[in-house]
Write a protein that binds this ligand. Structure first.
Ligand SMILES: Nc1nc2c(ncn2[C@@H]2O[C@H](COP(=O)(O)OP(=O)(O)OP(=O)(O)O)[C@@H](O)[C@H]2O)c(=O)[nH]1
Ligand SMILES: [Mg+2]
Length: 396
């Protein structure tokens, strides 16, 4: 797994300053506060599923060592970064105990109900794990899941078959969470032995395409073995399904971070003044490079048009746009347009285009506040309009 290359604390500091100085208009300050909170905490990965569905084994595999083991069955377990390897245990009687070491090796009190395990693994600075056991009547599970959805950025749903009951539970999870979630077919080695895996994947793929980023069969015990063996076992790591899942989770974590960083930069640039040095946009390239940049601007404008049209077509086919991804995509497009413009040599036309793009960014930001279908349509329309404006008077 890759580590994020950049320290985002200066950016978070700048955003905090912008917020506390009251620079943000009231309509965006709530968004700014949420953004700051997200920048200051790791991306939260919830690992949910029924009792014995293989959640702990999956987390241990992703961590690359036995941290939970078979201990703590049925407990809610958080695994996060800390300066020491220790566990804080909460009991049903409301007591809190601290024990040093790993949960897998601890003797837990009978009435333990919740554990917070800290590890010094630096990767946990960027994403933490929560084992979320689902048990009891369907309505209780529903409530638990709803609550968990508000406290997680990515879900890994662990199951051997993703039953109708589980599908009903998952259906109530907000789309914004589903867009970052994975269906993990746990204990895939057993499914392979029984010869049921291919048919199961075929049955679940259409559901998973709608409800998750994809279906991931994983043999966690083998995956963990591959990672803990004396010599690297790349083949086993790959064939266990662990490698693919782990890389795809990391990609989601990185994308989530990048999008938060983009939004924070946008807020600061528009309302808070200068960005910290590390996060400032790239310096404009020298004039000699103007010709390829003009070409890339034409390409960017074309992309703007085709991207916007594709989004509209997709939205129509789906019976209405999905606000969050459309808005995020629009923001991405307009930002890449702004970057192309920033890299062009100064001229009145470029300046006008930059202003138009900046206005566009500002409008898009307001669209993001609503996160509904209308906002998504407005955002796409805005991109098409912007493209038309720029084509009338092409910069450069
Ligand atoms: N063969 C095989 N067994 C597995 C795999 N993953 C987990 N198991 C076994 O399945 C049992 C349950 O796994 P856990 O990871 O403890 O399941 P859990 O969902 O955390 O269970 P609770 O915390 O009790 O809800 C254990 O005996 C594991 O060793 C796997 O990929 N392959
Ligand atoms: Mg467990």
């Amino acid at each position: 797994m890759s580590l994020p290359q950049r320290d985002i604390s200066p950016l978070a500091g700048q955003l905090e300053q912008t917020l506390s100085a009251g620079c943000l208009p009231t309509e965006v300050s709530g968004w700014g506060s949420k953004l700051l909170q997200r920048l200051r905490q790791p991306v939260r990965v919830a690992v949910a599923g029924a009792a014995g569905s293989g959640k702990s084994a999956l987390i241990d595999m992703l961590l690359g060592r036995v941290v939970i083991g078979r201990n703590g069955g049925g407990l809610l377990v958080d695994v996060c970064y800390g300066t020491e390897e220790m566990a804080e245990i909460e009991t049903a009687a409301g007591k809190r105990l601290q024990m040093s070491g790993l949960l897998a090796q601890m003797e837990l009190p009978q009435d333990a109900c919740r554990v917070r395990q800290t590890l010094t693994d630096p990767r946990l600075r960027w994403h933490s794990y929560r084992e979320l056991p689902l048990a009891g009547p369907q309505s209780a599970q529903q409530d638990m899941l709803q609550q968990a959805a508000g406290n997680a950025d990515i879900f890994l749903w662990c199951s051997q078959e993703f039953t109708a009951g589980e599908q009903a539970l998952w259906a109530a999870v907000p789309d914004s969470t589903k867009d970052h979630s994975f269906l993990v077919l746990t204990m895939a080695d057993r499914l392979v032995m029984r010869g049921t895996l291919p048919a199961l994947i075929e049955t679940l793929e259409p559901v998973a395409a709608e409800e998750f980023l994809g279906v991931y069969p994983v043999a966690a015990i083998q995956g963990l073995t591959a990672r803990t063996a004396g010599a690297p076992q790349d083949g086993l790591w790959r064939s266990s399904g662990g490698k693919q899942l782990s890389e795809d989770i990391q990609r989601q974590v990185d994308q989530g971070r990048a999008s938060d960083v983009d939004q924070a930069e946008l807020l600061i640039r528009q309302f808070g003044g200068t960005l910290p040095a590390e996060t400032a946009p790239a310096v404009p390239a020298p004039a000699a490079a103007a010709a390829p940049q003009a070409a890339s601007l034409a390409a960017a404008l074309d992309q703007l048009q085709t991207g916007a049209e594709a989004m509209l077509a997709e939205a129509e086919a789906a019976g209405g746009p999905q606000a969050a991804p459309v808005l995020a995509q629009c923001m991405e497009m307009i930002r890449s347009l702004s970057q192309s413009l920033d890299a062009m040599p100064a001229s009145a036309a470029v300046e006008a285009a930059r202003e138009a793009a900046q206005d566009g960014e500002e409008m898009l930001m307001l669209c993001q506040l609503e996160q509904d279908e209308d906002a998504a349509v407005d955002a796409v329309t805005l991109l098409i309009q912007l493209k038309k404006e720029l084509m009338v008077e092409p910069p450069g």
